[in-house]
Design a protein around this ligand. Structure first.
Ligand code: OGA
Ligand code: MN
Length: 298
């Protein structure tokens, strides 16, 4: 059966049918998925009851995996999943939901802010693939915003102002927005800011997009309050409903998004219900900006 796409978002995001992602992909399927990603930026594959090995094989057939180690607050012995997975669940190693005040849970609440995955890494993520193994009785949607449409809608003057700006991204910035600031020295070193362009150009389609993320806490050469206010205004404009697709999860859904062209955020859900979401991530091709030493770590 050939791949087919049905757009489900206002200007992007499509459901894909005609594929079993648990089986090895053909060259045509691989090409079709990349094309679909270039067009829609978010793809939804429903009723895909795959295990970890199948998710890894599917992800690897589309690109190189990013190691997820060191991006949450789990210590090595607390990992529930292989380090090729970002454990987006609310579960500890025994598959029990974290207590409400668990530091790892509070850190992961950062996912409720609009962001692009791994924008705090020198080489940020390309695609993320999130698979739902268990979902909650209510809440827990994931929202996506189309950063190409958001860019297109900017005034010409704003586009010109953004064109060559470099933002500084760190997980500390996104967490500080939520009042989570008690980082250890080791965490501060690990989370040192990296530089990213604010405007990115898609290597295949040539479309420009706004590379925003809650991890962005400064613009190189700008006073911090002015930079933060500017980024907040851009984020507000970019996440208006006309640019947003809301995904309501069902077990077996795999949603794949292009972090170069979209932002996303998690929505709240009941604290004591398990939500088992497993993410594999494909690494991007190169840094988006030259990296200079950033000594003013927050
Ligand atoms: C992620 C993420 C949102 C969610 O997997 O990168 O931000 O709804 N997830 O769990
Ligand atoms: Mn994310």
């Amino acid at each position: 059966m050939p791949l087919s796409f049905r757009q489900v978002g206002p200007c992007f995001a499509a459901e894909v049918s005609g594929i079993d992602i648990g089986k090895p992909l053909t060259a045509e399927e691989i090409a079709g998925i990349h094309e679909g990603m270039n067009t829609y930026a978010v793809l939804v594959f429903q009723a895909q009851f795959i295990d970890d090995a199948q998710q890894l094989a599917f992800s690897r057939s589309l690109g190189n995996l990013e190691e997820a180690i060191g991006t949450g607050l789990r210590a090595a012995h607390e990992y529930r999943l292989p380090t090729t997975f970002a454990d987006v669940s609310n579960l500890d190693k025994d598959n029990k939901p974290f207590a409400r005040d668990d530091r790892r849970r509070l850190f992961s609440i950062g996912n409720r802010l609009w962001h692009s995955d791994s924008s705090f890494k020198v080489v940020p993520a390309k695609y993320s693939l999130l698979h739902a193994r268990s979902v909650t009785s209510k809440g827990g949607n994931t929202e996506f915003a189309d950063m190409r449409a958001a860019y297109d809608a900017l005034e010409e003057e704003t586009k010109a102002e953004c064109e060559d700006l470099i933002c500084e991204h760190s997980q500390m910035y996104s967490r500080q927005l939520l009042g989570f600031a008690d980082f250890t020295e080791e965490e501060r070193t690990r989370m040192a800011p990296v530089r990213q362009r604010l405007v990115r150009t898609h290597p295949v389609t040539g479309r420009k997009s706004l590379y925003l993320s809650s991890h962005a806490g400064n613009i190189s050469g700008w006073p911090v309050p002015e930079a933060r206010a500017f980024l907040r205004d851009l984020t507000e404009a970019a996440t208006q409903r006309e640019f947003v697709y809301i995904h309501k999860w069902r077990v077996g859904d795999l949603v794949m998004w292009d972090n170069r062209q979209t932002m996303h955020r998690a929505r709240p859900f009941p604290v004591h219900e398990p939500r088992d979401m497993r993410r594999t991530t494909l690494v991007g091709e190169a840094p988006t900006a030259a990296q200079a030493g950033l000594s003013h770590v927050a």
